[in-house]
Design a protein around this ligand. Structure first.
Ligand SMILES: NC(=O)c1ccc[n+]([C@@H]2O[C@H](COP(=O)([O-])OP(=O)(O)OC[C@H]3O[C@@H](n4cnc5c(N)ncnc54)[C@H](O)[C@@H]3O)[C@@H](O)[C@H]2O)c1
Length: 288
C-alpha cells in the first residue's frame, strides 16, 4: 500500500488539510476513496443523492476525519445547478478544493439502441453529463485559486472495449474517456494551471453497482483495492489508471483493447470479438 508520506510528497494536491470532493461518495468506490483520503488527512465533501445512505456514509467518514472534516451535500449530478451549488458549498465551507472525483454512476440498462429514449437520456445525464457538470462547476474555481489540483473521472473498461450488454453505459463511459483525455490536454495547455486530470478505469469491483451478489464474487476487487491502486497510480503520475481485478490481468486488458482498436485497423466487423466469424481468431489472439 502506498504510504501517506509517499502520497503527500508526490502529490501536493493531497496535502493534509486540503479538500476532496467525491461524487457518488455514499457507496462503493466513492466511499472507499472518501475513507482513505480522510485517513491521509484531507477534508471530505461527500456528494450523492440525498437520504439515509449519504448520512450514514458521512458518519462513517467523520469517524476518521472528525465532524468538522466532512460535509455531505445531497446532489444529483445530472443537474448542472445542483453541481454548481455543491461547488459553492464546498468552497464556502472549506475555502478551496484540490481534488475533484467525478465518480457517481449508474448501470441500469435501458436496452436496445432504438428503445427507451428517456432511460438512455437519464443514464447519459448521470454518467456523462454528471462528469461535465463537475468540471464546469469546479475547474474555473480551482484555476482561480491557482493551487495544485487533481481531477479524477471514473470511466470503465466498458467505455473502451464496448462489450455487448449495456450499450448506453458503454456510450456514457466512452464519453467520459474522450472528455477526460481532452480535459487533461486542455489543462496541460492552460497558462499557469497546475491541475492534472486522470481517468480511473476500475475492473470488476464489488459495490452497490454490481448488484445481485451479497458476497464479494471471487473475481471482483473491493473498492478499497481500487483506491489503493488509484493512489499508487496518481503518485506515478499515470493518466490512465487501469485497474486489474482477480480475473482480468493487465495483459488480458491490453490484448482486449488491442483487439478492439484492431477492428478498425484490420477492417473487421464491429465488435468482432463477439462475432461468430472472429471468435476463434480472438481466442487464439488471447492465447498468443
Ligand atoms: N463496480 C464496478 O465493477 C465498476 C466498474 C467500472 C466502473 N465503475 C464505475 O465506478 C463508479 C462508482 O460506482 P460503484 O461501483 O462504486 O457503484 P455504487 O453504486 O456503489 O456507487 C455509485 C454511487 O453513485 C451514486 N449516484 C447515482 N446516481 C447519482 C446522481 N444522479 N447524483 C449523485 N450520485 C449518484 C449512487 O447513489 C451511489 O452511491 C461509477 O461511475 C461506475 O460506473 C464501477
Amino acid at each position: 500500500m502506498t504510504t501517506d508520506a509517499e502520497i503527500q510528497s508526490a502529490l501536493p494536491a493531497l496535502g493534509s488539510g486540503n479538500v476532496a470532493v467525491i461524487t457518488g461518495g455514499a457507496s462503493g468506490i466513492g466511499l472507499a476513496a472518501a475513507r482513505r483520503l480522510a485517513a491521509v488527512g484531507l477534508k471530505i465533501v461527500l456528494a450523492d443523492i440525498g437520504g439515509a445512505r449519504l448520512d450514514e456514509a458521512a458518519g462513517a467518514v467523520a469517524t476518521i476525519a472528525g465532524d468538522s472534516g466532512v460535509l455531505a451535500v445531497a446532489t444529483d449530478v445530472s443537474k448542472a445547478d445542483e453541481v454548481d451549488r455543491l461547488a459553492e458549498k464546498a468552497f464556502d465551507a472549506f475555502g478551496g478544493v484540490s481534488l475533484l472525483m467525478n465518480n457517481a454512476g449508474v448501470g441500469n440498462n435501458p436496452g436496445k439502441p432504438w428503445e427507451n429514449r428517456d432511460a438512455w437520456k437519464r443514464l447519459l445525464d448521470i454518467n456523462f453529463w454528471g462528469v461535465v457538470h463537475g468540471v464546469e462547476a469546479f475547474v474555473p474555481r480551482m484555476l482561480a485559486a491557482g493551487k495544485p489540483g487533481l481531477i479524477v473521472n471514473t470511466g470503465s473498461k466498458q467505455g473502451i472495449t464496448t462489450p455487448p450488454g449495456n450499450l448506453a453505459y458503454n456510450v456514457s463511459k466512452s464519453g467520459v474517456k474522450s472528455f477526460t483525455e481532452g480535459l487533461a490536454h486542455a489543462l496541460r495547455n492552460e497558462p499557469g494551471a497546475n491541475i492534472a486530470a486522470h481517468l480511473l478505469i476500475p475492473g470488476f469491483t464489488f459495490t452497490g453497482l454490481t448488484e445481485g451478489a451479497t458476497e464479494k464474487p471471487a473475481g471482483a476487487w473491493t473498492g478499497e483495492q481500487v483506491i489503493d491502486f488509484m493512489l499508487a497510480a496518481l503518485v506515478r503520475g499515470d493518466f490512465y489508471i487501469l485497474c486489474p481485478d482477480n480475473e482480468a490481468t493487465r495483459t488480458m486488458d491490453e490484448k482486449r483493447m488491442a483487439w478492439a482498436i484492431g477492428d478498425i485497423i484490420e477492417n473487421r466487423p464491429a465488435l468482432s470479438r463477439w462475432h461468430p466469424d472472429h471468435k476463434e481468431a480472438f481466442a487464439a489472439f488471447m492465447e498468443s
